[in-house]
Design a protein around this ligand. Sequence first.
Ligand code: ARG
Length: 580
Amino acid sequence: MYTIEYKGNFGVMIELKKLLAEKIACVVKECFGVSMQTSDIFSSFEYPPDDSMGDLAYPCFKLSPVLRKGPNVIAQTISEKFVYPELAKAEALGGYLNFFISDDYYSDNIVPGILKKGKDYGKLDLGKGGTVVLDYSSPNICKPFHVGHLGSTVIGHSIKKLHEFVGYKCVGVNHLGDWGTQFGKQILAYKMWGDKKTVEEGGVDELVKLYVRFHQEAEDNPELNDQARLEFHKLETGDKENTELWKWFVELTLAECNRSYSRLGIEFDSYAGESFYTDKMPAQVEKLKKSGLLKIDNGASIVDLSEYNMPPCLILKSDGSTLYPTRDIAAAVYRYNTYKFDKCIYVTSSQQKLHFQQLFKVIELMGYDFADKLVHVSYGTISVDGEKLSTRAGNAVLIRDLIDSAVTKVKEIMKEKSPDLENPDEVAEQIGVGAVVFYYLMNDRIKDTNFVMSEALSFDGNSGPYAQYTYARTCQLLNKAKVSATDKLVIKEKSERDLAKVLSKFSEAVLSAVKDYEPSDVTRYILDVCTAFNRFYHDCPILNAEDENVAATRVALTKATNTVLGNALPLICMKTPTKI
Ligand code: ARG
């Protein structure tokens, strides 16, 4: 789906690849009399495993079948005729053409290209105005907003930002878990043991306590479950008192979630949760019936998926009440009709893999041709300091508490490190939140994460603080610099070139992050930029460079780094403090 089109306005490394592809095509024509598609050459470039083999490589065995010659001969012939010193030097090695990009090309094109594009640097035009719906965070009402939802929240938001960055219109949907029989239990528990003032003050924490008590008491007194069913039935049929209570519970839970969202800089375009689909489900159930997909099994209505090696998808319980999948069917249809999406992405933990496989299959069987536009993006489990967490075991860690403890620790560190900062609380908040998010988004999403606070907060390790610190360093250097950035650079030093090279690859990190729904591609890229910049900073005096040209070159490199980090950090939900 995401091949970079040969035409179009892309990142600087991609532009260089285009130029090289054109030149290779010229040389092939000249030496072998064969016309090649430049776009084919373009898409075959690889990055060599180490620097000594150049900056880019072209595998000549791709040409062998067309040219009817061995890759070694082809590589050798092309390298001899490849004389474009302003671009790159070509060397033949083991059937590959290895290209060493010239210092001039870095100086005249790559770095000035980054500076010219500025805020737009790294953007791609893949989306072409198409729409992507993202269903993420989606907490459950009356439940603690714990770190199990951190993944959906930050991975989802990052994937949204990434899609916006490559030209999609995005709709962020918080599909609240605000419907289901558990609300009967919650209402009953409140009516029996709750107290308005305590719940008002204690918020969702109090609601959770009531819910836990319900389950304890129902063990000895199972009739409570029947009463709860009745309360839910009353809610479903519009009973005034129960509706008011339910609305209040939703508000209280959202107030808690919103506090964390605002710290993370997250907003949603829609909060249409499960309850929103109450009046939209009957039509879908009807359609399922009409198309002969619905089977009765022990009184319940199901869609048999054994043909596809999946357990049945439950549509209605034996008492006729709807279920999680029923609401998701109605939601998908509603979203398609409302937004005409090109993709609808669901971000949840991998425990829901089967649910989405079943859901997508049922939607396909129902004949909806948007079924192939639905994508499930899953992620692994999270533990904190090695402890597996679960609400049931009572050791769930709240997102709020995790962020709070990061911020508190950052404050302590900052008191020592930067005692003169004007706005220490604001900066500590940005770094604390950033540390949590960065740590989480550093690993492949599908891997399980063990959150170790000391690692997340390490200022000189691979961490959020380290990335933000590097960004702030570029800001401070640019403030202090006496010369301005030049677009006529003279790149000479290895660490200058290495930095320019990393900076040139931003679009490619973005592309792979979008293609694989993998924010960690950007996180790790940010670390590469920071490492390259800090090495450059260590090796090359910037403010005290030997002459003005050299200084202007280094300021330009600093500015380009500032641009890349400034554009990249928000893609993974990170703030960009200018002074730390
Ligand atoms: N509320 C669900 C949970 O916490 C996640 C909802 C995901 N979105 C969806 N459309 N099913 O597990």
